[in-house]
Design a protein around this ligand. Structure first.
Ligand code: FES
Length: 576
C-alpha cells in the first residue's frame, strides 16, 4: 500500500501553497470565484473533464452528472473544478470524429498540465470521446477515473425494439428497396434515440466504455448503467469520492495499465463482440502507456475467447438488457478463466474481487462459456498481399456464405466516386462482386471516416441481396454489420496495395484462414506500382495539416507519431 500523501505533496500546492506573490495571486483569483481558502488549499484539486456541448446528443445529461460528481468530490474532501473539453458528437461532426480524437487527447493532456490539478474525473462516452480523454490522461499520468456516459434506453417503433445504427442500416435498406414509406421512416427517426446516453447497441461507445472498465479505470459495473437510470447518478458521485482517495494514495493510470490489463480488455472485447474501432483505440492507448500491442495479439485472443454477449449487431439484445442481466461484472465472471484476476483497479480492489459473486440474471443475454453466441471472438485480423500490415473484420456480423469468398473487384477511388456511381444501373456488379473503396484511410480521407460499410447497389437490394464483401482502408461504425473488411494497412493514399486494385481483379477473402489476397500476378502489380502517383495533399494549413503529416497508420492506432510513450514524462510547467 502506497503511503498517503501530505497536503504539501499535492501538485496543486505548488500553485496555492508558497508564501510568495505569484501564489498569492493564485489564491486571490480563486477567492474571486467565491471559494474560501480552506476549500481549496491543501485539498486535492480534482478536474472534471466534461466532453459536453449542445451538438453532442449522447452527452445531454452531463451538466447534471457534473453536479453528481462534484457532490462526491466534496464529500471526500476534494475541491472540484469543471474543465470543459472539446466534445466529439459522433453523428453531427464531419468529416469524422476520428479526425479530432487526437485533438481531444492533446487538449486533455494540456488542460491537466497547465492547471493546478491533482487528479481527474473523465466524463465521456460517445465513440471517440472515451479514447480521446483516456489517451490524454495516460500521457499526463495524474490519478484518473473514468465516468462512462452510459447507454441510452432501447429504441421503440410500432412495437419493435430498435437498436442504434444497426436498425438504421437494416430499415434504410428496406427504404431504398421501396418496402418502407417516408412516414414510417420519420417514425423510426423519432423512436430510435429517445433518451440521453450513447448508442445502445455494442457499438464503439458501449465497447470502449466496457473495455475501460475491464482495464480497471472505472468503477465495477459502471459501463452498462443506462444514462438516465438513477444508479448512474450514484455511480458518478461514487467516482467523485473515489478519485480523492486515488490522489491521496498517488495511484496513477500506469499503475493499472499493464500488459495484463490490456489482455483483459481484449478478452472482454472479443466476448462482447466489440466494435472494430476498439482495436485502433486499444493500440493507441497501449502505445501511450508505453506497451507494445500488435494486431496478432488480438487475433490470438479472438481464437480462444467465445462471444458471450448476445447484443446487436452480433446478437439480439441491447445494452439495457445487458445491464439488467448483470452487466460487465457478470460477463467477466463467466470469463474468469481467461482473465488475469489479480489486475488492480481504481476501485481499490482487484478485478477478481470486483467480480466475485457477480451473477447472470438472464442467460440468453449473457451466455455461458458452454453455451456461447459463437465459439470465437468478434473480430478477426487478416493479412495478405492486399493488406501487408493487416486489416480487420467483424466476423460475427458476416453472413456465413461470405466467410470464404472469391469475386471480381468493383473499384471506387473515393467516397465521392462511390456516391456518384453506386446506384448506376450500368454498374457492372453482381452479388459475387467485391466492392472496393480507396483513399478513405487516416491520410486519404483524411481522418479515416466510418465509410467502410459501403452501401449496396440499389439494383442488388431490390433483388433481395443484403450482404456483399466490401473492402476499404476506412473504419466502420461499431453498430454496423456485414462482410466489411476494414482498416486495410497501409492505406491507399500512401501507396498501399489497395491503391493498385483495378476493376475486374479477382480478390479472395478467407476469414477462417485469416487471408485477404489480390489475385494479380506480381509482375503486373509491379507495373502498376511503378505507374502509381501520390495525389497532392489537399490539407495546406491548420489542424488537418498537422494531422496528415503526423498520423500513424491504422495498425499503429492512428495516433500522432510524437505522442506515443513516456507517460508523465513531460516537464511540469514553471510557475512564476
Ligand atoms: Fe454517440 Fe453513437 S452517436 S455513441
Amino acid at each position: 500500500m502506497t503511503a498517503r500523501k501530505k497536503p504539501e505533496d499535492l501538485r496543486s500546492f505548488r500553485w496555492y501553497g508558497p508564501d510568495d506573490l505569484r501564489s498569492s495571486t493564485h489564491r486571490s483569483r480563486t477567492k474571486q470565484m467565491g471559494y474560501a481558502q480552506e476549500e481549496f488549499q491543501g485539498r486535492p484539486v480534482i478536474a472534471i473533464i466534461n466532453t459536453w456541448n449542445d451538438l453532442n446528443s449522447c452527452h445531454t445529461h452531463f451538466p447534471e452528472r457534473v453536479t453528481d460528481i462534484k457532490r462526491g468530490i466534496t464529500q471526500a474532501g476534494g475541491f472540484a473544478v469543471e474543465l470543459p473539453a472539446m466534445s466529439l458528437g459522433e453523428v453531427l461532426m464531419k468529416p469524422s470524429t476520428m479526425l479530432y480524437r487526437n485533438f481531444l487527447a492533446m487538449e486533455v493532456e494540456e488542460l491537466l498540465r497547465s492547471n493546478p490539478v491533482d487528479g481527474v474525473v473523465l466524463l465521456a462516452g460517445c465513440d471517440k470521446t472515451t479514447p480521446g480523454v483516456l489517451m490524454g490522461a495516460i500521457s499526463m499520468n495524474l490519478p484518473a477515473i473514468f465516468v462512462p456516459a452510459g447507454p441510452m434506453l432501447r429504441g421503440n417503433w410500432r412495437g419493435q425494439t430498435l437498436g442504434s445504427g444497426t436498425d438504421v442500416w437494416r430499415y434504410w435498406a428496406d427504404r431504398r428497396a421501396g418496402k418502407l414509406d417516408q412516414a414510417g421512416w420519420f417514425e423510426i427517426e423519432a423512436g430510435i434515440a429517445r433518451s440521453a446516453g450513447t448508442c445502445m447497441t455494442m457499438g464503439t461507445a458501449a465497447t470502449m466504455m466496457s473495455l475501460t472498465e475491464a482495464l480497471g479505470l472505472s468503477l465495477p459495473g459502471a459501463s452498462a448503467i443506462p444514462a438516465v437510470d438513477s444508479n448512474h447518478r450514484r455511480m458518478a458521485s461514487a467516482s467523485g469520492r473515489r478519485i480523492v482517495n486515488l490522489v491521496w494514495q498517488d495511484r496513477r493510470p500506469t499503475d493499472f495499465l499493464t500488459p495484463a490489463a490490456f489482455d483483459n480488455a481484449i478478452t472482454v472485447d472479443m466476448a462482447v463482440g466489440g466494435s472494430t474501432n476498439a482495436i485502433i483505440h486499444l493500440v493507441a492507448l497501449a502505445r501511450r502507456a508505453g506497451i507494445p500491442l500488435d494486431l496478432e495479439h488480438f487475433d490470438r485472443i479472438s481464437k480462444t475467447v467465445p462471444l458471450l454477449a448476445n447484443i446487436r449487431p452480433s446478437g439480439a439484445y441491447l445494452m439495457e438488457d445487458f445491464y439488467y442481466a448483470g452487466g460487465l461484472p457478470a460477463l467477466m465472471a463467466q470469463l474468469r478463466d481467461h482473465l488475469d484476476l489479480s489486475a488492480p483497479t481504481v476501485s481499490g480492489a482487484s478485478l477478481g474481487e470486483n467480480i466475485a459473486g457477480a451473477e447472470v440474471y438472464n442467460d440468453d443475454v449473457i451466455r455461458s462459456i458452454t453455451n456461447p453466441v459463437k465459439q470465437t471472438g468478434g473480430t478477426a485480423i487478416l493479412r495478405g498481399n492486399l493488406a501487408p500490415d493487416g486489416c480487420v473484420i467483424k466476423q460475427t456480423a458476416v453472413e456465413d456464405h461470405l466467410l470464404r469468398h472469391r469475386g471480381p473487384a468493383v473499384v471506387f477511388v473515393s467516397m465521392a466516386d462511390l456516391k456518384a456511381r453506386i446506384d448506376d444501373d450500368d454498374l457492372p456488379v453482381t452479388p459475387d462482386s467485391v466492392l472496393v473503396l480507396q483513399n478513405a484511410g487516416p491520410v486519404g480521407a483524411p481522418g479515416m471516416p466510418e465509410w467502410g460499410q459501403l452501401p449496396l447497389p440499389k439494383k442488388l437490394l431490390q433483388q433481395g441481396v443484403r450482404d456483399m464483401v466490401r473492402i476499404s482502408d476506412a473504419r466502420m461504425s461499431g453498430t454496423s454489420y456485414g462482410a466489411c473488411v476494414l482498416h486495410v494497412s497501409p492505406e491507399a493514399a500512401i501507396g498501399g496495395p489497395l491503391a493498385l486494385v483495378r476493376d475486374g481483379d479477382m480478390i479472395e477473402l478467407d476469414i477462417p484462414g485469416r487471408r485477404l489476397e489480390l489475385l494479380v500476378d506480381a509482375a503486373e502489380l509491379a507495373r502498376r506500382r511503378e505507374a502509381w502517383q501520390q495525389a497532392a495533399m489537399a490539407q495546406q494549413r491548420g489542424y488537418a495539416r498537422l494531422y496528415v503529416e503526423h498520423v500513424n497508420q491504422a495498425h499503429e492506432g492512428c495516433d500522432f507519431d510524437f505522442l506515443a510513450g513516456a507517460p508523465g514524462s513531460t516537464p511540469e510547467p514553471v510557475i512564476f
